[in-house]
Write a protein of this length. Structure first.
Length: 130
């Protein structure tokens, strides 16, 4: 199955699972703003500016699991016409009561972000390629 991208804005109890995403150019999988209880699991991402983003704690977003995803071939910059300050080349970025576990991120330079409020990023694996 080929999907452009898996996304959730302010959706609670959403499951984004089992997708094969390629050449997304921006964020491949995300849950943001007023979400609660998001699961992003068992997806593969081959080509994107960012693999997974779980953000906007300040707008009520909270409680997520990012598990078992395979992310590779991330782009070091966003496409033309997007905000130049937006992150790129990031495998997984989370905040707000999130658990990140069992993911594999392969890229030329490792730039992952597991930030903020009670995020747990203990067992995901990253591999830097030369």
């Amino acid at each position: 199955m080929r999907v452009l991208r898996g996304a959730s804005n302010a959706a609670s109890n959403i499951h984004i699972e089992g997708n094969a995403i390629s050449d997304a150019r921006e964020v491949a999988l995300y849950s943001e703003f007023g979400f609660e209880g998001a699961i992003i699991a068992n997806n593969s991402v081959d080509g994107a500016a960012m693999g997974v983003s779980v953000t906007n704690f300040n707008d009520g977003g909270r409680l997520a699991v990012v598990q078992g995803n395979l992310i590779r071939n991330l782009n070091p910059k966003r496409p033309e016409g997007t905000d130049p300050n937006d992150g790129a080349g990031i495998g997984i970025a989370v905040e707000a009561d999130s658990a990140v576990t069992g993911n594999v991120v392969e890229m030329r330079r490792w730039r992952a972000s597991c930030s903020a409020m009670a995020a747990t990023c203990a067992t995901s694996r990253q591999r830097e390629m030369s």
